[in-house]
Write a new protein. Sequence first.
Length: 338
Amino acid sequence: MTLPVPTAPWVVQQTRDLLRQQGHAWLLHGPSGLGHFELALALARTWLCDAPTPHGRCGICASCHAIDVHTHADLAVLMPETWLLALGWPLGEKAQGEIDDKKRKPSREIRIDAMRDAIEFSQRTSARGRGKVVLVYPAEQMNHVTANALLKTLEEPPGAVRFVLATESAHQLLPTIRSRCLGHAMAWPAPTDAAQWLVQQGMPSAQTAALLRAAGGRPQEALAWAASGRSAADWSAFPQAMARGDVQFVRDWTIPQLIDALQKLCHDLAASQCGASPRFFDPVALRWRTGSHAVSDWSRALAQARRSMDHPFNPGLLQEALVERAKTALNSSPAATR
């Protein structure tokens, strides 16, 4: 999960472009780390602003302040409860009570109860007279029941309400939901713009190129990597650490972080075998040759691990299994066959 950060220039430009267009429902889509939530919230801020400008919200009115402190009466933010808690957005009274009373844990999905509350919210009269906004992120975290409840409202939107959905996996959404929204593909920043913005956020300039590469050119992911206390040197040393089977190197990593890094390493090895340039690692960090079948098998195993990484496994044991699997693949013979 990427926490929101100060508005990036490429997000500002996209906000201006989208505000010039009309529509009651937007679907922002593209790879993670490009500012989906930031753009969705910027649109909501401007639609609800008391004194909007052609370039966006005014930033000083009561409406803008209410969104800043997460209390706007005409904005409903639908996210998994784990995300809402992490980002400081309030839960519904019933959901908060159930979690406080230890009746259940915060959900990793967008629950049907939250969607029903949002639909009921959208049908009420606007409190401030500038309409209402329902923001859904990440939209792929809706289950089938929740998505179908939203679909009915998108088909017959009530009054002055706008919907903005943002997703990093548009293919997981119902085709009928995608067809009822205006689509917008998130823009990729130029490498120089991304590097300059990262420096403005406090990242040492010597780190930006390597961490942007580690993030596949996605600046918010690069910033999240740096915020976790890791450096460009850690990233460069990662392949060799995995080849040694060094579990201690990644002991403080979360399982999603480890699987993501392993998938990037596996991708670059496969690319190198095909004569293509690696995307995430410097070629110098990929000094060895591995068996193509071993890399293919490893890729499938990592894909399976990603699908089940939210299960309540023992993190330490899962780390050891993932690292051991990486060591086996990285030390396989180039001539190995099935």
